[in-house]
Design a protein around this ligand. Structure first.
Ligand SMILES: O=C(O)CCC(=O)N[C@@H](CCC(=O)O)C(=O)O
Ligand SMILES: [Zn+2]
Length: 342
């Protein structure tokens, strides 16, 4: 039943059996595409964990990856040891295989949201579900991993966005991310009202947006590059400490310039298939907008992330980023622990 929950949620709406037992606990379907896993016993390393997928409907690899992890739980190959809220984000967009229907759901996670429409209603429903979940498990450390794939290839195929927030990122997270095969981390410079930002900003959760390769239709994903990520999901579900990534490098980046599309007459001055993190040299023009003019790289080379000329007016059309530090470096016999240089 649990393994079919993803498919049933998409095919027929909310499945009929709203509750059931599984290895180490029980599940409750709390709403369309919202599943609460409750362990019989909470493990010592457990976190109140939110795992969301399909916030953009065309990003299918995380849905398949999570489906495999739930199937392992149901088959008794894993045991529930932490409370987990599993979220299938934009159900209608997933059915249609599109990023969104009316507007980008991943910009709407704001308590004062006053928009109407299906995506705004879904954002409110998901915010309520997260609030309720963290309140139910208030004694535990909070975690939210929001899993995506990117529109284009990337020089770092697996990376995270670390949302802007007042609260600091726990150093342990870098170990876990490196262990899950994450190669780079991009620190956001301002509030972005994404789903992971919501949990970090309002609930002080450790939260990231994961980019796990390139967006492809169902059945076309090669999940072998996400094996370590799958192992991390299993560990979180079990309430175990995920594998630390000794031997794997994780590079930090920060935002230097955010490029917005302000007019209809807007263009990015490079090929559509330019991979994320491609470097542009000093003096190169990256974008042109009829109302705000050209965006030109200044004295330091910058790399482009999430370029998209087809966004709504006023929305982010690209980030220009620069490396900050090596957040996590391979363990050597001389240095046995994490290296943070800020
Ligand atoms: O590949 C792209 O251009 C977009 C991929 C994507 O959906 N990224 C997220 C990042 C969220 C964040 O900035 O934290 C998004 O744009 O919502
Ligand atoms: Zn996405």
């Amino acid at each position: 039943m649990l393994a079919d929950w993803l498919t049933l949620s998409l095919d027929q709406g909310t499945p009929q059996h709203r509750q059931g037992v599984l290895e180490g606990g029980r599940y409750t379907i709390v709403g369309p595409g919202i599943l609460h896993l409750t362990p019989d016993q909470v493990s010592v390393d457990a976190r109140a964990t939110v795992i969301s997928v399909g916030i953009h409907g065309n990003e299918t690899a995380p849905i398949e990856l999570l489906g495999e992890s739930l199937a392992r739980l149901e088959a008794g190959l894993n045991q529930l040891g932490a409370p987990v809220l599993v979220i299938l984000g934009n159900l209608e967009a997933i059915r249609r295989g599109t990023r969104f229907i009316e507007t980008n759901l991943n910009r709407l996670f704001k308590r004062e949201l006053d928009l109407s429409g299906d995506e705004a209603d879904r954002a409110r429903e998901l915010m309520r579900a997260v609030d309720h979940f963290y309140a139910q498990h208030h004694g535990l450390p909070r975690l939210h991993y929001d899993l995506h794939t990117a529109i284009r290839d990337s020089q770092y195929p697996r990376f995270v966005v670390d949302p802007f927030a007042e609260s600091a990122t726990d150093e342990k997270q870098w170990h876990w991310l490196a262990g899950a095969g994450i190669q780079a981390a991009l620190k956001q410079h301002q509030h972005s009202w994404t789903f992971s930002h919501y949990s970090k900003h309002y609930h002080q959760a450790q939260a990231f947006t994961f980019e796990l390769g390139k967006a492809l239709p169902f059945g076309h994903n090669d999940l072998s590059s996400l094996k370590q990520m799958g192992a991390m999901l299993d560990a979180l579900i079990a309430g175990a400490r995920p594998e630390a990534g000794d031997g794997q490098e994780l590079i930090g980046f920060q935002v230097a310039v955010e490029v917005f599309r302000e007019s209809k007459d807007f263009r990015l001055c490079f090929a559509d298939d330019t991979p994320n993190f491609t470097e542009f040299g000093c003096g190169e023009t990256v974008a042109e907008d009829a109302s705000t003019g050209a965006t030109i790289v200044g004295n330091t080379p910058l790399r482009v992330v999430f370029p998209n000329a087809n966004v709504e007016l006023g929305a982010r059309a690209a980030l220009l980023v620069e490396p900050t530090q090596l957040i996590h470096q391979p363990t050597t016999p001389e240095s046995q622990d994490i290296e943070i240089t800020e």
